[in-house]
Design a protein around this ligand. Structure first.
Ligand SMILES: [Ca+2]
Ligand SMILES: [Ca+2]
Ligand SMILES: [Ca+2]
Length: 373
């Protein structure tokens, strides 16, 4: 792999590892600092179980209590004696609030794992529908409706649910944060407010309820010790991230606007198509009107030409239309004489006759005599 590819890869890895949520505007919706020594039952459900590989047995016990101190806390503890059979116990606390409510939540919480034995002390952080396993000890995790946020690489390449401390010291108080997104993602950060490293990211079942649950499990078996493990939960504060929420709403609105824009664009395309059709139709009508006007003009010109058309003249005299030549000679003669007399001409040559007209006054008016050759 080339150097630049490694650099780019490391860059994106850093974004994932350090690119916390940076919650700017958040309203606290659910919190408890466990300061008065009394568990607030409106906020918390808690309990424990005894379990075993071969069913419930052994002599394991658990407890849940709120302890007043300089930094008061809720304590869940489980303990039991050594037996050669595998027996376990759990103790836990969970919220009464279901975080699957369509909002973006950020939970800041301070907790501390603790144990007095050094063998196999396991902690679960879960987003769960609240269900618990039946009998055998491994049924407290990996169930439908429960997402385990904590995993541990128990040995290279071998991951197991839960954070297991085995011959190790407790890390002390942990100031973590957990982001829960309505898309069904839970992301755990190593610092408050979505800062620090992303410890893990798990998907959540969108059809289930999402309660926050912290659990300690200890057990014994052949080769194990007696056990005594607990966790202290010092502080818990859940906020709805309003800026993110607003952004999400804005994105949703933008999506609607884009959808509308597409609809309007589609309408515009339809209207444009209509416009083209109407323009073409109007253009056709205009062309036809122009054609008709031209025809009318032509006909008017022709009528005027016909109206202005005179007879063909021979010399200075006007002649009759040629088609009269098809009449009989007597009719033609009458016509030539009649036409010349009407015009009061002295002569007219047409239709195959050369006619001379003389006029004389009588007591009954003018009389014309027409002679044709
Ligand atoms: Ca309290
Ligand atoms: Ca406290
Ligand atoms: Ca143990």
């Amino acid at each position: 792999m080339k150097n630049w590819m490694v650099l780019v890869g490391v860059f994106f890895l850093m974004i994932f590892m350090v690119g916390g949520a940076s919650f700017v505007s958040a309203a606290v919706s659910y919190e408890d600092n466990f300061e008065d020594g009394i568990i607030n039952n409106s906020l918390w459900i808690y309990g424990g179980e005894k379990r075993g590989n071969i069913g419930v047995g052994g002599d394991w016990q658990w407890s849940n209590e709120e302890i007043a101190a300089s930094d008061g806390y809720f304590k869940a503890r489980v303990w039991g004696p050594y037996t050669s059979e595998t027996y376990t116990g759990t103790a836990w606390i969970r919220t009464t609030q279901n975080f699957n409510d369509g909002k973006i939540h950020l939970i800041n919480f301070v907790w501390e794992p603790g144990f007095s034995d050094t063998h196999f002390n396991e902690y679960f952080l879960q987003i769960t529908d609240g269900a618990l396993g039946d009998v055998v000890w491994w049924q407290e995790y990996g169930m439908d409706g429960t997402s385990d946020i904590l995993w541990r690489e128990y040995e290279p390449g071998n991951w197991t649910r839960g954070l297991i401390f085995d011959n190790e010291e407790s890390p002390g108080k942990l100031y973590w944060s957990l982001e829960i997104r309505p898309s069904g993602v839970a992301r755990l950060y190593s610092e408050p407010d979505g800062d620090g490293l992303v410890i893990s990211q798990e998907s959540l079942d969108p059809d289930k309820e999402w309660y926050f649950r912290l659990m300690v499990l200890d057990g014994t078996s052949a080769g194990f010790n007696a056990g005594d493990s607990w966790f202290n939960l010092y502080d818990f504060s859940a906020s709805v991230d309003e800026s993110e929420q607003r952004l999400s709403t804005l994105e949703s609105n933008m999506s609607s606007i884009f959808s509308w824009k597409k609809t309007i664009e589609s309408w515009k395309t339809t209207m444009d198509s209509w416009k083209t059709t109407i323009t073409n139709t109007l253009s056709g009508i205009t062309t036809k009107i122009n054609g008709l006007t031209t025809k009318t003009d032509n006909q008017e010109t022709r009528i005027k030409a016909l109206e202005n058309k005179n007879c063909t003249c021979q010399g200075n005299q006007t002649t009759l239309p040629n088609y009269f030549k098809y009449l009989s000679s007597s009719e033609r003669k009458k016509m030539v004489c009649g036409y010349a007399e009407e015009k009061h001409w002295n002569s007219l040559t047409d239709l195959g006759f050369n006619c001379t007209v003389t006029y004389r006054q009588t007591s009954r008016g003018e009389r014309a005599t027409c002679k044709c050759e």
